[in-house]
Design a protein around this ligand. Sequence first.
Ligand code: FES
Length: 363
Amino acid sequence: MKPFLTRLWRNFCLMLANQPSLTLYFLPLLQRLWPGFLPGLYRARLVSQQWQTSDMLLLTLKVSGRWPGFVPGQHIVLTLQHNGRYLSRPFSICSSFNLWQSRRQIQLCCKVSNTGEFTPLLSQLNTTSVLNISQAQGDFHWRQPALPAVFIAAGSGITPIAAMLLSQRHWLAPVSLYYRVRGKENAALLSELEQLAARQPLFSLQLSDSSTTPPATLQQQVVANAANKQFYLCGPAAFMAQTRAALVGSGVDAADIQQEQFGLAMPAMTIDSADGQVVSGHFISAGISKAVALNRQQSLLQNAEQHGLSPRFGCRVGVCFQCVCDKVSGQVRDIRNGALSGHGAEQIQLCVSQPVTELVIKL
Ligand code: FES
């Protein structure tokens, strides 16, 4: 839509429903008609689940025909409903592009942590479960398949790398995968990768056992044969930082090293300190107004919690709409894209809104 029409539509929605979009207004009705509908997300039905290792669960999802697809190496945000709340976590797609093209299915290999809030729920899903997924995100992908490449994965960092390797149709240059994991029994997706190595002479797979081999040994191996290669790293931050430093130290151009940064790219936007770090505001909860100092570097959800309030929330990253509430007056900034709101009454998402001017918020 042209900017003028977009503004006109937004103002129309604000006038009619006090919201910048009518979708939220009609959400309860839409969810009755289409169970599992969430604006901006796509439905995905669980087809099967299978333990790959003692703590890595492979989910196969049949995704909506409207889902626009992915580039191998990208991740999605998976959202599920639990006890009336929506919870979301990012996961890399680990399956081949061909699986999506031929069957509209994707696979996620998820590390289940018994102490976490989200991942234990995954093992309780069944084949009637309808989940939501976001569009595929991220720019970690195999850039130049015609050049020799080295992939280095540690632990669950294998997932985006497996998607890239398993999706490759035409092998044009030698490719090595170093897969670092605590014992073969903890190597998720190993059988698919071993099969690939058996049928593709240009692909070699090497396991590095982290319980017996120090990281420096793997790094020396990689560095010894690093000339004229592209590198792709995915794993824990400290492991990637060490490996990257070893590669750059041995003369590899930093531009030839790609690495995946897990997590949602949603840092709080930095406000110029000349504008002041704090603005005043009021949170109105159960009819009682509380005067507060609002930190402009933080989301309104964080601000409210720091003042002892407990607004409703789910994902904390802007996808579940559990934290929608009324802004009575003042201006906020959308953390995801920097867009500024109007100054009047409208509904906002607390978790992705930062204060810009003095605010009155009804929780
Ligand atoms: S908590 Fe999910 S959108 Fe804010």
